[in-house]
Ligand binder design. Sequence first.
Ligand SMILES: [Zn+2]
Length: 401
Amino acid sequence: MIVGGKVKKNLSYLLVLLLICIPIYRVKATTLNDLYAEVNSLEKSYNASKQRANMSKAELANVKASIANTESEVKRVQNEIVKAENDIKANEKKIMEKKKETNQMLLYLQLSSGQGDSMLEYVFEADNYTDFIYRYAVVSQMSEYNSKLMDELNALIKQITEQKANLAKQQESLNVKRKELQEKYVLVQAQAKKENDAGLSISEQISEKRKLIKHYEKIGCSKSQDVTACVVAYNRRQSAASSAPRGGGSATTLASGWSYPVSSFVLSSLYGERRGSVRHYAVDLATPEGSNVYAVKEGVVLSARVPSNGCGGMIIQISHGNYTSLYMHLIDSYVSVGSYVNGGQVIGISGGGPREVAKWGDGCTGGAHLHFAMAYGGSMIGYSSEAGATFNPGRIFPRMG
Ligand SMILES: [Zn+2]
């Protein structure tokens, strides 16, 4: 019992040790070779996705053509129905005319017989046998001819009516087919859009990765070197080479380890503030132009660029692993994509006022300030702060919320 317990105890120590060790072994350094392989496989899936997108497009064109065929078929059947209706009307008219003609003939015969009001009377009023035969032949031929004609016309109407009923059935099934095709079209269209979007998102990932590769190649990372180590070494070499501290003052760092993005400011716009139909998912920190802007924590620069329309001026995004921070309306940036920055490091100088507006044509600022946003996750989508990902920086920084 005791021995068994000891074995169990030792085994559980081993288990704990394994649990501690496994994650360490699982964390694999990323190298340029890894990135090349990633781009390679992304390109493969991009091509596959493009092929699927093309297939969807072809299917979409097929369904479209089928709908067009069905439409013209529906039109043809509709025309035939109209034609059948007209034929029925024309034949009914013929029957009515024939009846009228017969009545007129009977009337004439009655009148010419002098008296009496029926065909039989006309026949029996014959003066002699020859006259009788003649009268009988006239009446019987006439009625035979009439009834034959009427029968034919009635048969024709019946036939056309049946044809019309068939056409109506055909029309009904064509309508069903058309509806099915239209529903299919919507589905295939959605599928095509999905494939297309998937392709776009893959090509975005490829271009992001290529940008990183270019940066790592530029700063001299070797193919099998851990890129994080390479960036850190690069930054050390850089700061050793150029050194003069920029601007005055230094970052104010909280006990939690976070540094304020600017050292002195007045909170001029709150997180979530309404601005017409949109909300402001950042804080505005009014501060004189030219103030140092500090990285709020160590991390890697995701982007540092001025959008083509100038709105926001120089914008920097830094990934801190679980969080991302964003700094807008800067006059200048001292960092570039892929650089590793320390918490409290000067990353640029603030703008928002006339100097920055003159430099970048930033039409999205109303005075000297730093627009500062924080989000959960490794990156913000584009430069717009999204409600779902952002949170009130006041949760980390007193005086901001
Ligand atoms: Zn703002």
